[in-house]
Design a protein around this ligand. Structure first.
Ligand SMILES: [Zn+2]
Length: 343
């Protein structure tokens, strides 16, 4: 084995060892149902409670606010500027604001454990906003602070009648998709093969694969091999092949004036012949039927693993992102259940 092969291994070993947070238990709060532990000077806060205890957001946010007041921002931001640090404290003093982000959720039969850690991206973004350095606020930071609040409660119709948001995180946005070296940008709705799919909102049809035919499994696998070499899903492979038989709808600026929103319905088995590019469509109109086109089962010609892959893409002057990007676990489920309705 030559030195160039060994060096990266040492490097990875070093990274693995050095990035582990040093856990120093420095505070324990307890009431009969809720046990809170914090580590590393309140940089990590863990909540432990019985499964049947209703630890709602208000309780958790109140507790996180308490701990956020004890954070040493001078050290965290490496600054001596006390007026600036005071601005940060007062920002996080506002209702519903705290510097933490949930990063782990553990459920057992009897208890629930939710772990939060300081969201350094949020704090550094805030630092730049307070210093009014707008050039720093690039695409990535805008994505990090998008909470999709411009989509009203129940504004989107569930695309498959009577099918709810799946509970498995693997079927939701941000899940990893190893087979194509990518990230899942949508929601996989568990509709049966050939069950109806409908438009989530009024709009104009911008793609309708009425003349779709399935590619061979060999061709599909060959494209996936190319994706694995470049370690990401290239947009052409994703949009032209992996989506399968697809409809896309442009909802324009109907949600909010500076954001264009489109919806994507992939892996369809059939498309309603009336769904033609350029035609208007209303919320609830039938687009087509659930299928598995574009998947490996579709390419093999069977009806296994049928589902609707649905995406909502938001575009603005800073770029584009999918509904749910950078939102995880319970917060993600809450967001998706908030924006969809069956009526
Ligand atoms: Zn999917």
């Amino acid at each position: 084995m030559n030195l160039f092969k060994i060096l990266p291994i040492f490097f990875l070993f070093f990274i693995a060892c050095s990035s582990k947070p040093e856990i120093i238990l420095n505070e324990i709060e307890q009431n009969e149902n809720l046990i809170i532990t914090t580590t590393n000077e309140n940089k990590y806060v863990n909540f432990n409670f019985p499964k049947n205890f209703n630890a709602n957001d208000t309780i958790i946010n109140q507790e996180l606010k308490k701990f956020s007041k004890k954070i040493n921002y001078f050290e965290l931001l490496n600054t001596q500027d006390s007026s600036f640090v005071n601005k940060i404290y007062s920002y996080f003093n506002k209702e519903n604001q705290h510097p933490y982000r949930m990063f782990e959720l553990n459920l057992s039969d009897t208890s629930k454990q939710v772990k939060f850690k300081i969201d350094s991206n949020k704090i550094h973004l805030l630092q730049q906003i307070l210093q009014d350095d707008k050039t720093y606020i690039n695409k990535k930071e805008i994505e990090l602070i998008d909470d999709f609040s411009y989509i009203e409660d129940g504004q989107l119709l569930f695309p498959c009648p009577n099918i709810e948001i799946p509970l498995s995180l693997n079927l939701l946005p941000n899940a990893s998709r190893k087979y194509r070296s990518g990230i899942h940008q949508g929601i996989d709705f568990a509709g049966n093969y050939d069950s109806e799919v409908r438009s989530v909102f009024d709009g104009v049809i911008i793609r309708s694969d009425l003349d779709y035919y399935e590619v061979s499994n060999e061709f599909r696998n060959d494209l996936l091999k190319k994706a694995s070499i470049i370690q990401r899903t290239p947009s052409d492979i994703f949009v032209n092949i992996l989506y399968g038989r697809t409809v896309m709808i442009d909802h324009g600026f109907s949600f909010t004036k500076d954001k264009r929103i489109i919806s994507i319905y992939a892996h369809l088995s059939k498309i309603n012949p009336k769904i033609k590019v350029g035609k208007n469509i209303s919320r609830g109109d039938i687009i087509g039927n659930v299928g598995n086109s574009g998947t490996s089962d579709g390419a093999k010609g069977n009806r296994k693993s049928a589902h609707l892959h649905f995406e909502l893409i938001i575009q603005d002057k800073n770029g584009e992102r999918y509904l749910g990007k950078n939102i995880y676990n319970e917060e993600l489920l809450k967001l998706l259940n908030r924006v969809f309705s069956h009526k």
